[in-house]
Design a protein around this ligand. Structure first.
Ligand code: NAD
Length: 256
């Protein structure tokens, strides 16, 4: 699928889904800029070529303003905003959770999405075109016992997406959310270890539960998610807006 000449911005682009979306966009001919809070990982992305990489934490308004200023100079505008950065937050029943952890999870997932959407919306509205893709989760479509901060944040992302689709649709701008299931890789390895400890299960048992709750009985790859992002950015998806699109093998439940 060609994205030739499109200007694509990805937050949280140094690893996982964000990195896969950045690489797929670059390989499809787009001009790509990414930010990430992880400086070491960003240096590796910078070294790959074809992608503008800047260290910036999506919860830091001043840092994000600096990143967006750099994007405006380097790319001259934006056609696709992937508001992707997010963190999983703590695991455990609500009575065991701390307010600071709750706030950190909401901030990374929601403040970051707000700043990215606010900047992109102004530019896309003015040019009367564009696509905002927010990374939510199947945790933004189902209840998720033991992960209340994350589920709350990702349902919040869906609320932002639905509202912006209505605000921006009349101006020719589409807004959709990606809802990945459990993605293979280091992040889910960390999540599995955290949830196993919270539930008193082994990591193998916890891993098996994820597969049991999915109709296709499989995990997802970051490349699966990137392929859906490319399709949404293509003319084939020109009439798709306001949708929360699961890339998950059909989640039956997050509490199997
Ligand atoms: P990941 O940990 O592999 O990559 C996330 C990247 O975002 C990292 O490079 C990290 O440094 C960066 N990041 C985190 N907080 C940041 C911040 N405050 N500012 C800037 N960068 C920050 O995780 P991933 O799986 O690629 O996650 C990407 C998105 O997908 C997240 O929003 C996540 O909630 C969502 N998601 C992930 C899964 C999964 O199974 N991995 C499933 C559904 C949704």
């Amino acid at each position: 699928m060609s994205l030739k000449g499109a200007r694509v911005v990805v937050t949280g682009g140094a690893a996982g889904i964000g990195l896969a979306m950045a690489r797929a966009s670059r390989d499809a001919g787009a001009h790509v800029a990414v930010c990430d809070a992880d400086g070491a990982a960003m240096s590796a992305v910078d070294g790959e070529g074809g992608v503008i990489a800047r260290v910036a934490d999506v919860t830091d308004e001043a840092a994000m303003t600096g990143f967006f200023d750099a994007v405006a100079i380097a790319l001259g505008g934006i056609d696709v905003m992937c508001a992707n950065a997010g963190t999983g937050g703590p695991a455990g029943p609500i009575e065991t959770l701390g307010l600071a952890d709750w706030r950190a999870c909401l901030s990374a997932n929601l403040d970051g999405a707000f700043l990215a959407c606010r900047w992109a919306a102004a530019r896309m509205k003015a040019q009367r075109s564009g696509l905002i893709l927010l990374t939510s989760s199947t945790a933004g479509q189902h209840g998720y016992p033991g992960r209340s901060p994350y589920a709350t944040a990702k349902w919040g992302v869906i609320g932002l997406m639905k509202t912006l689709a209505m605000e921006l649709g009349p101006h020719g701008v589409r807004v959709n959310a990606l809802c990945p299931g459990a993605v293979e890789g280091p992040r889910m390895d960390r999540v599995i270890a955290m949830e196993a400890a919270a539930k008193g299960l082994s990591e193998a048992q916890t891993r098996a539960l994820y597969v049991r709750g999915v109709s296709l009985r499989s995990w997802v790859t970051a490349e699966d998610v990137a392929a859906t992002a490319l399709w949404l950015a293509s003319p084939a998806a020109a009439r798709i807006s306001g949708q929360a699109i699961a890339i998950d093998g059909h989640t039956e439940t997050l509490a199997p």
